[in-house]
Ligand binder design. Structure first.
Ligand SMILES: Nc1ncnc2c1ncn2[C@@H]1O[C@H](COP(=O)(O)OP(=O)(O)OP(=O)(O)O)[C@@H](O)[C@H]1O
Length: 260
């Protein structure tokens, strides 16, 4: 079952002479991990960033087609390209959270970082707030490391801890879908392993789409893989099929490192 369906979707950056994404069709299946892979510049990040319309922080980009997201209350699919109002964008980004390549903690305490989105979502009661912060930090495998210093500035955490804090901040508001844009490329192998384990753990509660350059990573953690090239989706399938028995020559060339 899909939580999101990308339908005949094209995207052109403001002022760009050509489309960066061309006629993409892609399901994002509920409670699964979907990896987007492909050579540099193929449009992975552009597609991921369209899924919560983070592109709209800049004006005049052009969207074509549909991005249908399941409304978890009504179970109906709704086109997020119809969103126009600022408060609806805020709600969309609570439902579809994003984790970036470089950890982006706010320059405030660990507690306030996680409480930030909860407060925007209307949680005011102090004990409710601390319960939810604790739950999110536990869910992000960070609680044991920070429970005695929640009032300390988040900028003092290590890179891997900062990334887990950003994940805690995103999961605190109970999103339906979490988008990860190369979340481990700035991290050492141990922190990378911890984030990978966490992502796999998270899929019990939240659907995940991840852009990665690291094919072993896609192989290790994802259920489905989409291979993109030059703004097009070349192939989408179960991760195992893509890596063991790719249907397209371009996919095979890419995963075997023969890409010219
Ligand atoms: N802000 C922008 N304005 C205009 N064109 C852009 C912008 N950002 C990206 N592009 C172009 O869109 C295309 C897709 O870029 P994108 O960053 O999505 O690729 P990618 O597959 O994520 O690459 P990488 O793996 O290097 O991050 C590229 O041709 C890129 O030059």
């Amino acid at each position: 079952m899909s939580i999101m369906n990308v339908e005949k979707f094209s995207f052109t950056y403001a002022g760009a002479p050509q489309k960066s994404l061309i006629d993409i069709n892609l399901p994002i299946k509920k409670d699964k991990i979907t990896a987007l892979i492909g050579p540099s510049g193929c449009g992975k990040s552009t597609l991921l960033r369209a899924l919560n319309r983070i592109h709209d922080l800049y004006p005049n980009n052009k969207y074509e087609g549909k991005l249908m997201l399941k409304n978890s209350k009504t179970d109906k699919m709704e086109n997020i390209l119809d969103i126009k109002k600022e408060n609806h964008f805020i709600k969309l980004r609570q439902r579809v959270g994003m984790i970036f390549q470089k950890p982006t903690p706010f320059p405030m305490s660990i507690f306030d970082n996680v409480a930030y989105g909860l407060k925007i979502a209307g949680v005011k009661n102090k004990s409710e707030l601390s319960d939810k912060v604790e739950e999110a930090l536990k869910g992000s495998a960070l609680w044991n490391e920070v429970s005695d210093r929640l009032d300390k500035n988040a900028m003092g955490l290590s890179g891997g801890q900062q990334q887990r804090l950003c994940i805690a901040r995103a999961v605190a508001v109970k999103p339906d879908l979490l988008l990860f844009d190369e979340p481990t490329s700035a991290l050492d192998p141990i922190s990378t392993g911890a984030i990978e384990e966490l992502i796999v753990e998270l899929k019990k509660d939240v659907t995940i789409a991840i852009v990665t350059h690291n094919m072993q990573q896609a192989c290790r953690i994802s259920d489905f893989t989409a291979f993109m090239y030059l703004g097009k989706l070349v192939e989408y399938n179960d991760t195992e099929e893509i890596f063991i028995n790719p249907g397209e020559k371009q996919t095979e060339d890419y995963i075997t490192g023969r890409f010219g």
